[in-house]
Design a binder for this molecule. Structure first.
Ligand code: TXA
Ligand code: MG
Length: 311
């Protein structure tokens, strides 16, 4: 069910869950001060309770109200990349951030989204927690139709069109004197170099099985189809190929396109729609063309594909 901006704001402030567009993927929004709504987000998604949520706010000043001990570099990162697809994990003021939202951790994740509709909504509602609006483990939603497919046509959705970034925000945390990327995302690691003076390393685990980013432990983004990642194609292959319009594949493979092999932004934009298309068309097996440069946004796309292909 499509709702207007004012209806969405009203529903959220009354303690309901509403699907909200962002520039990365759609989110399932709940007000940060509605505990019941936060709880229902976990059950709606089938999300494990130890996987914390991102708090979305409309300004850095607002975010500061929920944190303490801001790490060095915060101001530069915030002014360079917000509003936008960057999430920062910061020490949380545990009295002000619902413990359920941060899965009991002493930290909380924050982001100021770049989509104008999301910002307008946040100004009406105040901070919202928003995980991606998909069933846990499944491909994320990049259109209102995707959300309705997962949660039913009666579920309230604020339609903001298709998400242009198409992959989730890049998440950083400050540990042992440096910022580290704990989830690759729409902003590639290289983009932080100029601001920080170093390229943040990608580090998902703190070692000894202790996750820096709990969500990275789980199987993710996966369609029902079996995905085979490959850079080699031959005529024995049948089924579908998730690949590029400017490449030639064996004739028996149906192309589910990610755009052009020279445009990583387009590939990111189409990624989840392509994975969802496999399920819509009941395709049981798809080869995925991973012959792309090992750099920039391609690394985020490859990370998502590797997760999606996990058995
Ligand atoms: O682009 C995005 O980030 C989207 C849109 C809706 O904003 N949201 C999103 O949320 O991707 P979700 O819930 O699908 O992923 C949030 C990730 C999870 O992997 C979670 O473990 C991590 O953020 N996270 C949240 N709080 C954290 C914390 N305090 N420490 C470490 N990781 C945290
Ligand atoms: Mg997600």
């Amino acid at each position: 069910m499509r709702v207007s901006l004012t209806e969405a704001a009203q529903l959220l402030t009354q303690g309901n869950v509403v699907a909200v567009p962002t520039e990365t993927v759609y989110g399932l929004g709940a007000s940060l001060n509605k505990h019941q709504a936060i709880e229902s987000i976990f059950s709606l998604k089938g999300r494990p309770a130890n996987n914390p949520l991102i708090i979305h706010a409309s300004s850095a000043e607002e975010i500061m109200k929920f944190t303490k001990n801001i790490p060095p570099g915060f101001d530069q990162l915030a002014s360079s990349f917000w509003p936008g697809p960057m999430t920062l994990v910061l020490p949380a003021d545990e009295n002000r951030v619902d413990s359920k939202a941060r899965a009991g951790l002493p930290t909380a994740a924050f982001r100021i989204p770049g989509h104008p509709t999301t910002l307008a909504l946040l100004k009406l509602t105040g901070p919202l927690v928003m995980p991606s609006a998909n069933l846990s483990g499944k491909p994320s939603a990049t259109s209102a139709e995707h959300v309705e497919h997962d949660f039913g046509s009666d579920f309230p959705v604020l339609d903001g069109g298709k998400c242009l970034r198409g992959v989730e925000s890049t998440i950083l945390i400050f540990v042992d004197g440096v910022w580290r990327i704990i989830r690759q995302g729409a902003i590639p690691a290289e983009a932080f170099q100029e601001i920080l003076g170093y390229m943040p390393i990608v580090e998902v685990s703190a070692g000894r099985g202790k996750p820096l980013c709990p969500g990275q432990l789980y199987r993710h983004y996966a369609p029902k189809a079996k995905l085979v990642l490959t850079d080699h194609f031959d005529d024995s292959m049948t089924g579908a190929v998730v690949g590029f319009r400017d490449r030639i594949y064996p004739k028996a493979l149906k192309l589910v396109p990610l755009g052009s092999s020279t445009q990583p932004k387009k590939a990111a934009e189409h990624l989840y729609a392509a994975l969802r298309q496999l399920d819509e068309e009941d395709i049981p097996l798809a080869y995925v063309d991973v012959d792309v440069p090992q750099e920039g946004l391609w690394l985020t796309i490859l990370e998502r594909l590797k997760k999606a292909a996990q058995p």
